[in-house]
Design a protein around this ligand. Structure first.
Ligand SMILES: [Zn+2]
Length: 180
């Protein structure tokens, strides 16, 4: 959704990807619940606190609603990192993607059938988390994250995305064509 211009720690730096609003207008007419799941190791690094991340997430949610009328149900974020310099966030948690913890939590909280759901993301960690949760997966191949992922037991490189496309609008089209 947001252009990857490095670590996002303040609202002023938020830049929506060009096709985000058109894509969300399409989402509005489909009966999917929209949930965002994001790794925020910037918290573990001490660059921003959890309240700051929540504020940024709320801003994104509000902007999407204002511009498209489409409501994102909730943001889940993982503040942890195995090598965090802040001790309370230094752990091998179950929520950091590629683990599926946040998706499982969302499914419990919102009564979501993961097998009828799609996970869209621009990293392999998104695809793996989605596949492990039992979702169909769509990789946005932006060309930005093609380097090998950091080493982690949770990375299962046998997992491939079900679909690949180059932007969010194409992802919505894929969902429209393949949903049951
Ligand atoms: Zn976590």
């Amino acid at each position: 959704m947001i252009k990857d211009n490095g670590h996002l720690t303040q609202i002023e730096d938020i830049e929506f990807a060009v096709d985000v609003f058109p894509a969300f207008r399409l989402f509005k007419s489909m009966d999917f619940k929209l949930i965002v799941v994001t790794n925020q190791a910037v918290v573990a690094r001490g660059m921003i606190d959890e309240a700051g991340v929540s504020e940024i997430n709320q801003y994104i949610l509000d902007e999407v609603y204002k511009n498209t009328g489409c409501k994102i149900e909730k943001f889940y974020f993982c503040p942890h990192h195995p090598n965090a310099n802040i001790e309370e966030y230094r752990e091998n948690c179950e929520c950091r993607k590629p683990k599926p913890g946040m998706l499982m939590q969302a499914a419990r909280e919102f009564g979501i059938d993961l097998s009828q759901s799609y996970m869209i993301g621009d990293r392999l960690s998104d695809v793996i988390a989605g596949a492990k949760a039992g979702c169909r997966t769509i990789l946005l191949a932006t060309g930005k994250h093609e380097d090998a992922p950091i080493e982690s037991d949770a990375f299962d490189l046998e997992i491939k995305p079900d679909f690949t496309c180059s932007n969010l609008t194409e992802a919505v089209e894929i969902i429209n064509k393949t949903r049951s």
